[in-house]
Design a protein. Structure first.
Length: 134
């Protein structure tokens, strides 16, 4: 009985630690996007074309727009003829790479669960920081 209680307690502690660590990494990985300088639309278009080649999206129409985005940051959405990346306050390389990664991995068609959303955002953050694809 005592062993069973100790085992349950350790599982709870480990789960809490893993969740806290994961959320900490998730937050830390996204902070970079807030401290990068904003770039011109011309420079961001160049980065967009480079990233399209890097992610195998050469033939995909992706419009880059400076305008209103959810929470005033950045977003990627499907359109009738491709995709649209909207950058509002975050007009930088990190935000652009983050949004194009969502397009490359077709995150739009995946289930919208909380855990799934965290995984998609985290993987897009990691790609934006390191270029690693997973």
């Amino acid at each position: 009985e005592m062993w069973n209680m100790a085992n349950k307690y350790m599982k709870r502690v480990l789960s809490t630690f893993l969740l806290g660590s994961s959320l900490g990494l998730f937050v830390a990985s996204g902070v970079v996007g807030y401290v990068q300088p904003n770039l011109s639309k011309v420079r961001l278009e160049e980065i967009l074309n480079d990233e399209k080649r890097n992610l195998g999206l050469d033939g995909v129409n992706i419009d880059l727009i400076f305008g209103e985005a959810p929470m005033g940051l950045a977003s990627a959405t499907k359109t009738e003829d491709g995709y649209k990346i909207t950058l509002e306050r975050l007009k930088n390389k990190f935000a652009l790479k983050h949004e194009i990664y969502h397009i490359a991995k077709d995150h739009f068609s995946q289930p919208q669960t909380l855990l799934g959303q965290i995984k998609k955002e985290y993987s897009a953050n990691i790609y934006s920081l390191t270029g690693l694809k997973f």
